[in-house]
Design a protein around this ligand. Structure first.
Ligand code: ATP
Ligand code: MG
Length: 407
């Protein structure tokens, strides 16, 4: 890691020419209109670590919305989102580059685990940083023309970057916002960092007595980001450090994270919700699902997985295996397999599901069958013959169906 007092060279070296132009334009306007603006958060951290940049966050000492309105009037850009209570705005520039502008602010958490209230906006940069999650995310770099690139580090973030430590900014940080625990998990795996000792103690302390009256959407969003990294360490750490206690008292402890990773990657092209497979193997009861405001598809696949695990039906009858897994999505089947180790799931995925009845309802009508219950019986009989290997193609299906008609 480089450790300069100034980020100018890194900005020059690591950002695209378009991004640099935009940043320079913003800096110029800030100068003209007398605003102090700073890069902050992940972009500063990742420039210092010489890592890929995910997004650009700028803090405005003063009112970010007012500043963005000026940008919109003066530059080729558009405000695409405004949050009045937080005094933040998102601006879209040319080449679809988006920047989040936030006013410096102070926050309080009157209701622990819920969104904070803003007690002051436009405060000094030095008092803004204490609302942040970790010291390494609280380093800023000036975008003002007189000291462009100069680093401000009020909380020892540079030292922690060097030591590869994640350190919270105040003792009750996780109680105010437990989603920071999952952010810590995400960053520890992404950056290869460890929790600093006292931070780990605070995490352990919180997890002994977790608050379930939370704003769950933030937990969900962080879990989604952490598990979407698709690396087994996230699941390992989640279990080892008991981070699952944020949402559940118990979990499936016999699961090997490496097995989850391997099976996800085997079927990856078919999976829509990779992160839910990691999350699903941690689940032991439906009540946990209810905590989160899942979309319909997400909820369905988790509920299906839990119901299948509960039933854990094992048979050697190929037709019954087919029927058990039929109409279940791949995520549910994988969660079921990982929790139960029931090999029927793999037999279904690798072999049985290839078998499809090709004859259609219209063809049955043309053959003189009446629609209704009889159709289902015919299709099931054809499927059974296919699974036994007695029928290989459509013609053989039709021949077989004719024998049913005559019987
Ligand atoms: P990434 O590289 O994933 O974008 P980031 O550190 O920039 O990482 P963001 O989610 O973009 O993270 O948030 C920007 C900044 O806002 C963070 O660096 C951190 O300072 C602050 N922040 C975000 N979420 C929280 C939170 N829950 N509590 C405190 N501060 C937060
Ligand atoms: Mg960011």
């Amino acid at each position: 890691m480089i450790q300069p007092k100034n980020l100018k060279a890194q900005i020059e070296k690591c950002l695209s020419p378009e991004t640099k132009n935009i940043i320079n334009d913003c800096a110029k306007i800030a100068q003209e209109k007398d605003f102090r603006i700073y890069l902050v958060g992940g972009i500063v951290r990742d420039l210092l670590l010489e890592r890929k940049i995910y997004d650009i966050d700028v803090t405005v000492q003063g009112d970010a919305i007012e500043f963005c309105k000026i940008l919109q009037a003066e530059l080729d850009c558009k405000i695409i989102q405004i949050q009045n209570d937080l005094r933040t705005a998102k601006v879209k520039f040319s080449n679809s580059i988006e920047i989040d502008f936030a006013s410096t602010r102070k926050e309080e958490y009157p209701e622990k685990g819920h969104l904070p209230i803003v007690t002051e906006t436009g405060c000094s940069l030095s008092s803004d940083v204490y609302r942040r999650d970790f010291t390494v995310n609280a380093i800023s770099s000036s975008l003002n023309q007189n000291n462009f690139g100069e680093i401000e580090d009020f909380t020892g973030g540079l030292e922690d970057l060097k030591k590869k430590k994640l350190r919270i900014l105040y003792e009750k940080s996780f109680i105010d916002d437990p989603s920071r625990i999952i952010r810590g998990l995400k960053f520890s795996v992404r950056l290869g960092f460890e929790l600093e000792e006292k931070t780990k103690q605070q995490q352990d302390e919180y997890l002994k007595n977790p608050n379930r009256n939370l704003s769950w959407f933030r937990i969900k969003s962080e879990l989604q980001q952490a598990f979407s990294l698709n690396v087994s360490e996230v699941l390992d750490k989640c279990v080892e450090q008991k981070i699952y206690k944020i949402f559940s008292d118990a979990t499936n402890k016999n699961i090997k994270a490496k097995d989850v990773f391997n099976i996800i990657n085997k079927y990856k092209s078919e999976i829509t919700y990779i992160w839910l497979v990691y999350f699903g193997v941690l689940l032991t009861d439906k009540e946990t699902i209810e905590l989160f405001n899942f979309e319909k598809n997400e909820k369905r696949l988790l509920v299906d997985a839990l119901e299948m695990i509960h039933e854990n039906f094992y048979t050697k009858d190929l037709f019954e295996i087919y029927k058990f897994f039929e109409n279940k999505c791949i995520e549910s089947i994988l969660i079921f397999y990982l929790v139960t180790k029931n090999e029927n799931a793999i037999l279904f995925l690798n072999e049985l599901r290839k078998h499809k009845v090709l004859t259609t309802g219209d063809e049955l009508i043309n053959m003189g069958f009446l629609p209704g219950l009889q159709f289902k019986q015919i299709f099931d009989s054809v499927l059974q013959e296919r699974l036994k290997g007695n029928i290989q193609n459509k013609q053989e299906e039709l021949n077989f169906i004719k024998t049913l008609k005559n019987s």
